[in-house]
Design a protein around this ligand. Structure first.
Ligand code: ZN
Length: 330
């Protein structure tokens, strides 16, 4: 395969703290020989495990960028045994635009793995992460939230994996992150995901959904800050004690968890995040916005459980995920 056009200004093998960039040449109208400069920090102190910490995989999700920017500015080499690679704004063009996908090529980074060295800008980022960063890592934490169109209960997540030993290691790392909720995710569409790339490479991988609505709150950032620290302690990279608070274990065992809107209209949620709902209970109504006097369409839970995610904006479109009802396991 062709070499990546991306070059790193940091030396991943050097001890100490390095703040630098991944430089991705990108010729465009306002910079003929310009480049996308993706900030990153590498902190290394001798031999030991490597953690790769990523935010901004989607550009409108903010707990990862906030927590990882703070970590990059404060973590010292003497606090570390091994190496921490911090990439707070992984899809940097999308992050700067405040959009889920890249404004350059509409690329959804989390559907672009393993990427292509000679593909679009987004595919080039994916290829670099796949071939140059993932092989360095033992532990990978990718911090997501709902973005502008979804809101989530704050949870850390793992996938059910064929390799049960690996699944147990991921589960233990998720428990160390210790979000208020811990989820076994069923992906609607796992092809091209960073998750799949990291898991296929045998890494201990944890992702999160820590809120949404296109912003971060004091509460959701605190969950990210604490989770990242505890993840690094669990990896054996940072010293300290893991404090274990109660976490509610959730499961999304099948497609009945998802409620999809079949109508365009005005969304009225009848239940809020964290509410327990019964099967067939009305959880939302969609009102006609083209005329008055029409009865709303009722949307019902397809299974019992807890409302774990909801569509965020007040208007909803046909095909949008309206809600996710997860099963409470314990
Ligand atoms: Zn995301």
């Amino acid at each position: 395969m062709k070499p990546s056009p991306i070059s790193a200004s940091v030396d991943f093998t050097r001890d100490g703290v390095q703040h630098g960039f991944l430089k991705l040449p990108y010729s465009r109208d306002d910079a003929a020989w310009g480049a996308v400069m993706i900030p990153l920090t590498v902190i290394r102190n001798g031999d030991g495990p490597t953690a790769l910490l990523t935010g901004g995989n989607h550009g409108d999700e903010y707990e990862g960028p906030v927590a990882l920017t703070k970590l990059a500015a404060t973590l010292r080499a003497e606090d570390v045994r091994g190496r921490v690679i911090i990439l707070p704004f992984m899809n940097y063009p999308a992050f700067r635009a405040g959009t889920r996908t890249s404004p350059i090529d509409r690329g959804n980074l989390n559907r672009s793995f393993p990427g292509k060295p000679d593909g679009t800008v987004t595919e080039k980022i994916a290829d670099y992460v796949q071939r140059h960063l993932l092989p360095l890592a033992d532990y990978v934490l990718d911090i997501h939230s709902g973005g502008r169109t979804l809101d989530f209960l704050p949870f850390a997540a793992i996938h059910v994996l064929d390799d049960k030993g690996q699944e147990e290691r991921c589960e233990a790392a998720m428990q160390a992150f210790n979000a208020p909720y811990s989820m076994r995710l069923l992906e609607l569409d796992s092809v091209g995901m960073f998750d799949t790339a990291a898991e296929s490479a045998g890494k201990v991988f944890v992702s999160t959904e820590l809120g949404g609505g296109g912003t971060a709150t004091a509460k959701s950032v605190a969950i990210a800050d604490r989770g990242v620290r505890q993840f690094l302690i669990h990896a054996g990279i940072c010293a300290g004690r893991i404090e274990r608070r109660d976490t509610v274990t959730l499961d999304m065992p099948d497609g009945d968890c998802y409620v999809t809107s079949l109508h365009d209209g005005l969304l009225e949620m009848c239940r809020d995040l964290g509410d327990e709902v019964a099967k067939d209970e009305v959880i939302a109504r969609v009102h006609d916005v083209t005329r008055t006097g029409e009865a709303p369409i009722e949307y019902r839970a397809r299974r019992g459980g807890i409302l774990a995610a909801r569509h965020f904006p007040g208007l909803i479109g046909r095909g949008d995920t309206l809600a996710v009802v997860a099963e409470i396991v314990g």
